[in-house]
Design a protein around this ligand. Structure first.
Ligand code: ITT
Length: 197
């Protein structure tokens, strides 16, 4: 039984592979012959995770999981949220996304925010399961750090002095939204012998 991880984001692949280790036999989109863009047409993070997983299951007949993530800022009513990747426009531009977010928060003292990940898993017969992970923190006044990706340089998780971009992969993976969603996902998979290696 093989499981495809339906994502084109190499940073997500790296973080997920680090957490999963060799517990499961994961296939990439390239390995199943999927070269096209996956649809992300829903209006919520969970909806987009389901969209991507369902697309791969329907077209390629593979058990698979996808994840969608976003940064939700309290003072911006949850923006950029589902629009995190394209906050400053298309094509996605990480530096411009960060600049826009810092500009929107200029003069605002409430810097509370959370990262959210939703994983959508589709089993061989089409059964859908979702798993959510969140981590709360603050948006820093200026970017700090070079590691990670996306909004990591301006997100400082609660209880830490460092931004995600100042942490090693191991440190980020101990507390991240992705880690928390993966813990719930793993717990489920361990109880489903058909998926185990
Ligand atoms: P997929 O192929 O998996 O869809 P993607 O990069 O398009 O990859 P998303 O649609 O989930 O991924 O976009 C979420 C955006 O949110 C992503 O481009 C980053 O800007 C940001 N993001 C997600 N997880 C993050 C993390 O752990 N740290 C920093 N930023 C993150």
């Amino acid at each position: 039984m093989k499981l495809c991880f339906a994502s084109r984001n190499p940073h997500k692949h790296r973080e997920i592979a680090h957490i999963l280790g060799d517990a499961f036999q994961l296939l990439t989109l390239d390995e199943i012959g999927c070269r096209e863009e996956l649809p992300e047409t829903a209006s919520t993070i969970a909806g987009n995770a389901i969209c991507k997983a369902r697309y791969v299951w329907q077209r390629y007949g593979m058990a698979c999981f996808a994840e969608d993530s976003g940064l939700e800022v309290d003072a911006l009513n949850g923006a950029p949220g589902v629009h995190s990747a394209h906050y400053a426009g298309i094509p996605p531009d990480t530096k411009a996304n960060i600049e826009r977010l810092l500009k929107e928060l200029q003069g605002i003292s409430n810097r509370k925010a959370q990262f959210r990940t939703v994983i959508a898993l589709i089993l061989p017969h089409g059964e859908l399961h979702t798993f959510t992970g969140t981590v709360s923190g603050w948006i820093t006044p200026v970017p700090r750090g070079e590691q990670g990706f996306g909004y990591d340089p301006i997100f400082q998780p609660e209880g830490h002095h460092l931004t995600f971009a100042q942490m090693s992969l191991q440190e980020k993976n101990q507390v991240s939204h992705r880690r928390r969603a993966l813990d719930a996902f793993l717990n489920f998979l361990h109880n489903h012998p058909c998926i185990r290696r």
